[in-house]
Write a protein of this length. Sequence first.
Length: 219
Amino acid sequence: MSITPESVEQLLSSEDLGDRLRAVNQMRQLEPAIAFKLIQTAIADKNVRVRYAAVSQMSTLGTQDLSLSLEILLNCLHNDPEADVKAAAADALGALKLTEALEDLQQVYSTTSEWLIQLSIVAALGEMGDLKAFPILETALTSQNELIQTIAISALGELGDPRAIALLVPYAESPDWMVRHRVAQALVRLGGSESEAVLEKLAKDEVKQVAEEAQARRL
């Protein structure tokens, strides 16, 4: 049976959860403009799994109408009752580089106790590349959650603000090689003489992945 907008719409209106999840998946095979219209129905679904699957697709479908996508995703970020959906909304805002959402992301990061949401917001701020995100990423770097801390290191590298170098240098001494690896990646991106001095040391790291990443500055 061929997949058409009509068949997907019919599945979306089904009482069966499996049908509605299948509909969201089948939207990938439709024209993006059509899928964008249909995905909005799924984003309002009563089931969290459907909403999560739908919001996750906004990272690509959202390009059809960035202004409307911003409105939809901010509504999910602030009002959806499930942390997974809020996190997916933050991911999509970052992927679409909707910097207009910066203040909202900062507000939610500061007020939520859900680490998953915070993690997605930190990653999104790095993707956006807006220097106004520096203060919240500086805060995230001191998080008690090691995963958030690690993502903050990467996000600061992506942001490209040289003020991040001094913040990242101490983490080059971390006993966790994955943290050192992220620091090497970030410092290669940031460049500068202070980064170079740390990268010289990391290039001799006992862990191959860290050493190779630090040596990438020469390529």
